[in-house]
Design a protein around this ligand. Structure first.
Ligand code: ADP
Ligand code: ADP
Length: 221
């Protein structure tokens, strides 16, 4: 589902050059739940952003769902990303002055769905994460675990084949973290969604199918 070949990423500024990812090749199968671990600064987020087509590699190729995206126009890339991929972040990235249900509808605004259809899909996604009773709340009225569940609903509302999660349990205590992990495991098992998750938590990583360890931009396991 995701094929990375010889990916390198160099960040250049006037004064410094950082080799953030140093020759990584990775094949992630459809329906796989993969975790990525490694010390701070080893290139995990950079790699995830490259998989998510948010960042371009300096070298190497990225295939998503067997499509070579290197020749896509920006517009095509944006719509491909919106259709195929859902994103979850450590700090939720919700819009605080939009109600929960409107946050969840956001990814659908780029599609040709009616307001009624958007509402139906958002409510269904919120039901999957157990938040049907919080549609009209604002994010600031929710606990951290609830906010992350809203973020998951937003990530899955368009039925993407792939979810990319950057430390989704990083800001949560272990009880809420486990709840979030259970939701992701369920999503993977029931819907066959391919999930790639960056984590610092060995316990979470061991619940996934495969663990990739990075060190200094290279894969060490
Ligand atoms: P991790 O997610 O494992 O903590 P990152 O992928 O965020 O690591 O960063 C990898 C390396 O690339 C780090 O050394 C970091 O300082 C550098 N880096 C990340 N983003 C940028 C950027 N936008 N500009 C310059 N250097 C960056
Ligand atoms: P937790 O113990 O999981 O962190 P909280 O104590 O923050 O949860 O919240 C308990 C419940 O009260 C949650 O279901 C949340 O939706 C609701 N809640 C929390 N803060 C507010 C608020 N400011 N306005 C409305 N509801 C709130």
């Amino acid at each position: 589902m995701i094929r990375l070949q010889n990916i390198e990423k160099v960040y250049r500024t006037d004064t410094v050059e950082t080799l953030a990812v140093n020759g990584i090749s990775l094949d992630i199968a459809q329906g796989e739940f993969l975790s990525i671990m490694g010390p701070s600064g080893c290139g995990k987020s950079t790699l995830l952003n490259i998989m998510g087509l948010l960042d371009e590699p300096s070298k190497g190729s990225v295939r998503i769902d067997n499509q070579d995206i290197s020749h896509f126009s920006d517009r095509k890339l944006a719509s491909f990303r919106n259709q195929k991929l859902g994103f979850i972040f450590q700090s939720y990235h919700l819009i605080n002055d939009l109600q929960v249900v409107d946050n969840v509808e956001l990814p659908l605004l780029y599609r040709n769905s009616t307001a009624k259809e958007r509402r139906r899909l958002a409510e269904a996604a919120l039901e999957k994460v157990g938040l049907s009773n919080r549609l009209k709340h604002f994010p600031t009225q929710l606990s951290g675990g609830q906010r992350q569940r809203v973020a998951i609903a937003r990530a899955i509302v368009g039925s993407p084949q792939i979810i990319l999660a950057d430390e989704p349990t990083g800001n949560l205590d272990s009880v809420m973290g486990n709840e979030i992990m259970d939701i992701l495991i369920n999503l993977n098992q029931r819907e066959g969604t391919t999930i790639v998750m960056v984590t610092h938590d060995e316990n979470m990583a061991h619940k996934t199918h495969r663990l990739v360890r990075l060190f200094d931009g290279s894969q060490v396991q």
